[in-house]
Design a binder for this molecule. Structure first.
Ligand code: HEM
Length: 147
């Protein structure tokens, strides 16, 4: 899926477009008001690794434990989660990520899974798994059709 998407550059473009939307968003801007200047790039490297690219987030940016810690105690609400997903899908359209049903289904599946975990992990007092590998997401039940 990493190569199908267009490699690391595609995820960098995606996250730049996504965070432009986030910083102008009524529900999300506050949560990200003090984000690291390289935040968009870090999330791009995370996504690239998840979808089968190089393990750069694990190697250079703290891997899974760092990602999880960034969400702890933030009490992300369901409306915020849904908006996050919506803006990511809008950004995917804006930067021209592949539009085929197979890619978009797998991409959206990961976003749904990851954002729901982020909400659970962000609950004050949540019992959170801190040590885990970065997940690797694949095509699932509908890979590109090869006759
Ligand atoms: C698939 C879902 C998600 C992924 C893959 C993801 C990924 C990440 C990563 C990799 C970081 C750490 C970035 C770094 O290393 O600098 C991070 C931080 C953060 N995430 Fe998420 N996230 C997800 C869902 C969400 C949702 C739903 C929200 C809130 C609506 C959220 C809010 C935040 C915030 C506020 C930070 C800290 C930003 C900062 O101050 O630097 N995340 N996320």
């Amino acid at each position: 899926m990493y190569e199908w998407a267009g490699g690391t550059d595609a995820f960098v473009r995606l996250c730049d477009a996504f965070y432009r939307r986030v910083t102008a968003d009524d529900l999300l801007a506050g949560l990200f008001a003090t984000m690291h200047p390289e935040h968009a790039r870090h999330v791009a490297l995370w996504l690239a690794e998840v979808f089968g690219g190089p393990a750069a987030y694990t190697g250079e940016h703290g891997g899974y434990p760092h990602m999880v810690r960034m969400h702890l105690g933030r009490a992300i609400t369901e409306p915020q989660r849904r908006r996050w997903v919506n803006l990511m899908l809008d950004a995917a359209d804006e930067v021209g990520l592949p539009e085929d049903p197979e890619f978009r289904a797998a991409f959206a599946g990961y976003l749904e899974w990851g954002t729901r975990l982020a909400v659970l992990n962000s609950r004050p007092g949540a019992d959170v798994v801190l040590q885990a590998p970065v997940p690797r997401w694949g095509w699932g039940v509908a890979p590109p059709y090869e006759p």
